[in-house]
Every structure is written in C-alpha cells, then in structure tokens.
Ligand binder design. Structure first.
Ligand code: MRU
Length: 361
C-alpha cells in the first residue's frame, strides 16, 4: 500500500482510487489535465489538501507534456490548465491556492529569463515540495492539536480528514493520530457522513488500520451521545475558512458545532493555512458545491428512494465562527478574535513559502 494518497511517477499523476475503498484498493493513473480535473470532480481523490496537491501535479503535468518552444506559450497553456483544474470543485480553496502557487512561480521564472525546460522542471519540483510540505504541515497541526485533547477523550469526528484527505497523515484525523501516538488513550465516534459515507468508508478504514479505538455511528446519533456526556471534543476539517473564521466543511458539520455548543463541548476545526481565504469576509461568500441526485438516492448500486424523486444535495455547509473554541493550524491554534489570529497565521505561512521560492528562483 502506498503511504501517500497522490504522487507523481514517470509523467503520470497516480492516486489511490477513493471511490472503491474500503472494498477494493486500486491505484488510478492520469496523464492529462482534463483527466486530473475529472479525478477531482468524480472524487477519485477528495479532501481539500489532497485535491490541492493533485491540482499542483496537474499543473506540472501540463508543463511536462507541453510542446511550447517559448515561455510565453507555456504560460498560456498553464493559465488554461489552471482554469480547467480550478473548475473541478468550487468549495475547497486549496485547489486554486495550489494552481496559483505554481502559475506564479512559472511567471516569475519566465520574467527572470528562464527557458521552457527550466520552468518545466521547476514546476515539478514545486509540486513535489507542496506535497511534501502537506505531510509536514499535518504533523505540525497534529502536535498543536494533541495538546487540547484530554486523556481518555471521546472524540466526535466528521467526514474523512485523514491521510486520504491529504497527501498523508491528515488534519483533524492527524490530531487524533498525534494524540494516540502520545499515549492519550483516545476513542473516536466516527460519523458515517451521508451521502458519500466518507466516515464509514474511509475514516473507519484508516482508524482500524492504525489500531485507534473507534465506533462507527449513524450521523443522527451525535446529539444523543453529546447529551449523554459521551463526547469530550468535536473535531473536523475545512474546505475553506473565511477571514472572520466562518468554516465551510462537509455537510453536517454545522449541526455538530451547534450541538457541541448547546452541550458545552469544545469544537475545533483543523485547517492548514492553505485553506484560509482572507479574500472572503465571511462564510456567506463561500461557494457551496451542489452534487448529483445519485449520491442521495443510491447507496452503492442500490436505489433507496423512488424513481425520479426530486433531490437537493449541497456537499458542504458553513459553521459561523462563534461555534469554534479554536481553529488549529500549522502555525498554532487560532483563538477569537479570528480575524486577527487567522491573518497572523496566514501571513507567517506565506512568508515561509515566499522565502523558500526566493531561495529557489
Ligand atoms: O467532499 P469531500 O470528501 O472532498 O469533503 C472533504 C471534507 O469535507 C473534509 O472535511 C475537508 O476537505 C477537510 S479534510 C482535510
């Protein structure tokens, strides 16, 4: 089994096919930018950081297969590749964050007189660096987050935020892993996460492989468990965080955060700074993806609702910032007022990336 969710090999973007797990473990290969965009849209790969890394490899793929002789022509192709990849899924900002990072690097190299071969190699190196950084960032978030997980904690977790949602280790699940590795004797209530069942299919698979104690629960069980005092902390990830700390994440997250506050339970979002979008003032500005009827009407190959039933299937919801105890990033835990703390975390991370690229360009 590969220890990464997505990787580059011999001119191909390779990934674990998450549509098939846990019943079958298969690797899917993509060699074109439209192919990579399809993989993101169809959720062969999913989870905000994982689709960011995949899109970065998609940009490297565009350069790798380009026949452009001059940098200006290559830049045009990269801009087109960015448009194709960014359109694959609208909510996770990591996608356009990653493609922008690669395009800007290419533009800077071209402005400094680099030729096509040099830009091509630099984009592949940058995509690899972004993927490596993702794992390192997740481990840092894990260390910060583990500090707020009590001994013997019962943790309620939504969707899949693990290795599979990232390049490796995970965000909220990375915090759980770090707490487990620190010997905190944690137990996880795993929300099944209808309609795509990322909790039942993917989070349960990851936790069981790691030997972390867990129970799978129907999404509707969360309120009962919280009221019975059987949840000590609620953790989930994010696909986009607005400047004020409002968090877009998998549909159902908002309900959990409200229940947590009602029951006096701390609730954290675990978020790499690449998921913070300071250009949006609040969560009302975050685009919410709507997905197809078949995700609600079908479970696997089995239809569970009448033919032609009208369906509405929003894939994400927005939790207002007031419901969060804190937002855990690789730069540390951000506390209210989030407008200040998130901006400081984002600036620190951007300075680090700029410095690395300056050394490189
Ligand atoms: O639709 P998905 O499976 O891509 O949604 C994933 C989530 O909502 C995750 O919680 C989010 O991307 C953060 S995980 C690192």
């Amino acid at each position: 089994m590969n220890d990464r969710t997505v990787w580059w090999e011999a001119g191909k973007v390779r990934m674990i096919d998450q549509r098939r797990l846990p019943l079958s473990y298969e690797i899917a290969d993509f060699e074109t930018v439209p192919g990579v965009a399809f993989a993101i849209k169809d959720m062969v790969v999913r989870g905000a950081p994982a689709i960011g890394a995949t899109a970065a490899y998609g940009m490297a793929l565009a350069a790798h297969h380009s026949t452009a002789a001059m940098p200006a022509a290559l830049l045009d192709e990269l801009r087109q590749a960015k448009r194709t990849l960014d359109a694959a899924r609208p909510t996770a900002v990591n996608l356009s964050w990653a493609t922008a990072r690669l395009l800007q690097l290419a533009e800077r190299l071209a402005a400094n007189g680099a030729n096509v071969a040099r830009i091509r190699q630099a984009l592949l190196d940058e995509a690899q660096r972004l993927a490596d950084e993702d794992v390192e960032i997740n481990r840092r978030m894990g260390r910060h987050g583990a500090a707020v997980i009590p001994q013997n904690a019962n943790i309620l977790h939504h969707c899949n935020t693990g290795s599979l949602a990232t390049v490796g280790y995970g965000t909220a699940l990375g915090v759980i892993r770090a707490a487990h590795e620190a010997g905190k004797n944690v137990h996880v209530w795993v929300d099944e996460t209808r309609p795509r069942l990322q909790g039942a299919r993917l989070t349960a698979w990851e936790l069981m492989r790691d030997g972390i104690p867990m129970h799978l629960i129907a999404d509707n069980a969360a309120g009962l468990l919280m009221r019975q005092g059987r949840v000590d902390v609620v953790l989930f990830g994010a696909d986009r965080v607005a400047a004020n700390g409002d968090v877009a994440n998998k549909i159902g997250s908002y309900k959990l955060a409200v229940l947590a506050k009602e029951n006096g339970i701390p609730c954290y979002a675990v978020v790499p700074t690449s998921t913070i979008d300071l250009s949006l003032p609040d969560g009302d500005h975050i685009p919410i993806e709507e997905r197809g009827w078949e995700e609600v009407v079908m479970i696997g190959d089995t239809q569970i609702a009448p033919d032609d039933v009208p369906v509405y299937n929003p894939a994400f919801d927005v939790t207002p910032h007031r419901y969060f105890t804190g937002i855990i990033t690789e730069e540390g835990i951000c506390y209210p007022p989030f407008t200040e703390s998130l901006r400081r975390a984002k600036e620190a991370a951007e300075a680090r990336i700029r410095q690395a690229q300056t050394d490189f360009v």
